[in-house]
Design a protein around this ligand. Structure first.
Ligand code: 13P
Ligand code: SF4
Length: 320
């Protein structure tokens, strides 16, 4: 009885034919649906390709579809448009932004850059096209260490906008980076105290964390990596239990890939759902269907900004 009630409660409110409608529209439009792991489970399930920011950029760079439907946040869809000026790029909700990208306003960053003219600018992909246009090389959580290691040791570097990823890269490479003080609201909310308590309870567990987390949390991690790297770690590691310190959406994919594993979302500081990205979660299946049907909201970009932002993305793709 109880199980039936639970089942009823978890049954999606969305009519099932929405999946069929989306599949039909996709064929009609010759579209590809790209999705990030932080999307709701039903959006992950309709995607043609799921990945971390590097994988999504690489897929956007090589697709021959006419339309790219991006299930992620604005900077991700914008990156796809920068790479594909002649394709239509749609996002279900134009308001799906990113607190990390917002923590680096272009005017302030231009002044910061001007104050350090001898520095090369390496920017994390979680930034706006304007910031990318002011950068020399883009990186993601998957390739940041590899990219910094390819830059001559005597070259001073500005790293923006994420100070936590920047600190992690400094530790991994032994390089001194000048950090922009931006951060992600989701990855900064995890509680070190609660994580340590959880580790005591699940003594044989592996703590796996995203490098956007604070150093105080990362120091308890057995493995640190991009979302794709975390997923692969769960699939390949012999441990049966994992404490997952990143946005909880990825647990859907981990559960699908490794159904026998126990996956525990790391607790945030407060009793809230703060380990879900409120920006990512603005996208819904209904909005996806409407975006495809009406071909809006569409990402558009000023051509000079696009061209300036393209160069550092191409450098990243070459160096990855
Ligand atoms: P990756 O999936 O590239 O690791 O990035 C995580 C993230 O915060 C995306 O917004
Ligand atoms: Fe931005 Fe953080 Fe959300 Fe990723 S999880 S989109 S970095 S706010």
């Amino acid at each position: 009885m109880f199980a039936t009630l639970t089942k009823l409660k978890t049954t999606p409110k969305i009519p099932l034919d929405l999946f069929k409608e989306i599949a039909a529209l996709k064929q009609e439009m010759n579209a590809i649906i790209l999705a990030h792991y932080y999307q709701d489970a039903d959006l992950q399930d309709v995607a043609d390709y799921l990945g971390d920011s590097l994988g999504l950029s690489q897929m956007a760079a090589k697709t021959d579809a006419d339309v790219i439907v991006f299930l992620g946040v604005h900077f991700m869809a914008e990156t796809a448009k920068i790479l594909n000026p002649h394709k239509q790029v749609l996002i279900p909700d134009m308001q799906a932004g990113c607190s990390l990208a917002d923590s680096c306003p272009p005017k302030e960053f231009a002044a910061f850059k001007a104050a350090h003219p001898d520095h090369l600018v390496v920017s994390y992909i979680n930034c706006t096209a304007e910031i990318k246009a002011m950068s020399d090389i883009i990186c993601t959580s998957a390739n940041s260490v590899k990219i910094i290691n390819q830059i001559p040791k005597d070259q001073p570097i500005i790293f923006a906008p994420d100070r936590n990823l920047g600190r992690y890269v400094m530790e991994q490479t032994g390089r001194d980076l000048l950090l922009w003080q931006g951060s992600c609201m989701v990855h900064e909310i995890f509680s070190e105290r609660k994580l340590v308590e959880l580790k005591q309870i699940y003594q044989n567990s592996q703590v796996i964390a995203h490098p956007e987390c604070e150093t105080s949390v990362l120091r308890h991690a057995d493995f640190i990596g991009s979302t794709t790297a975390l997923l692969k770690y769960v699939q390949n590691h012999e441990s049966s239990t994992f404490i997952v310190v990143t946005e909880s959406g990825i647990i859907h994919q981990m559960q699908k890939a490794a159904p026998s594993k126990i996956l525990i979302p790391a607790p945030p500081e407060h009793d809230c759902a703060c380990n879900q990205c409120p920006h990512m979660r603005l996208n819904t299946l209904e909005k996806l269907y409407l975006a495809m049907k009406n071909r809006t909201p569409e990402i558009t970009l000023n051509e000079s900004t696009r061209l300036a932002a393209l160069r550092p993305i191409q450098r990243m793709l070459e160096m990855s």
